[in-house]
Design a protein around this ligand. Sequence first.
Ligand code: ZN
Length: 291
Amino acid sequence: MRQMRAILLVLGLILIPLSCGQAETQNAPLAASSHGVLKVAFLDVGQGDAIYIEAPNGTQMVIDGGPAGTLMGPLSEVMPFGDRSINVIMVTNPDADHYAGFVDLLKSYDVGAVIEPGTMTGTSLHAELQKGIYDKGIPEILARRGMTIDLDPGAGARFTVLFPDRDVSGATTNDGSIEGVLTYGSTKIMFTGDGTKKTEAFVVSGNTQAALASDILKVAHHGSDTSSSEAFVAAVAPKWAVISVGLHNSYRLPKQSTIDTLTRHGAEILRTDMLGTIVFTSDGTRFIQQK
Ligand SMILES: [Zn+2]
């Protein structure tokens, strides 16, 4: 518990100075037009995940970095012009399709903190990411259930970690994925990384349906049939299900059985391989898909 409080304190210290810094660089019309609006962009990074979040106060978070060489273009299209800092990045699991783009990001952007699950991988590319984080002195924080990342305390925009609820250093990268909910007012998005049906079972058993119910579900593991269990999809009961997936990918994702489960529970399927980057905004009462 004491360790948790220390983590939250560290995050608070990081977030406050950085969000002040951003306010200075934003020009007035831009700041005024985005007032009160949370923006979430599911970036078109091919076969991988990368999601950009901008809170009403301008605080920025990127969940996953996509495959190598795919992040910087789509990211620059949704960020304020000339902005070269991100408050928080999260690696939901250390597979390359979730972090490789962050190796590029660290070379040209300032990053306030890195959040990760604590699962292990032995690849040289992941070692390069770790070196980049270490060389820039960026704090690394282990995500644990109950932790909140207060993106905009005044407006009430926060990310709440639901999983891991335990040490996952011995788990597979997918089983140990970070899962959590982004909340702004009464609007919610469920983030799942590459979490499996096993991960989902822990999340479903440890939370009320009200805690899981979300407007949007970032479908786990690119629509694989090893995720999106009936019980989990029923609990989240999303209006929109976003699948981040590469066109004609070799894994043949998403699986039809996953699409069937999502559709059966009333979700509209949105795919990055068909639509490109998918952007939603929320005023705290409802999400609107930007066309
Ligand atoms: Zn993945």
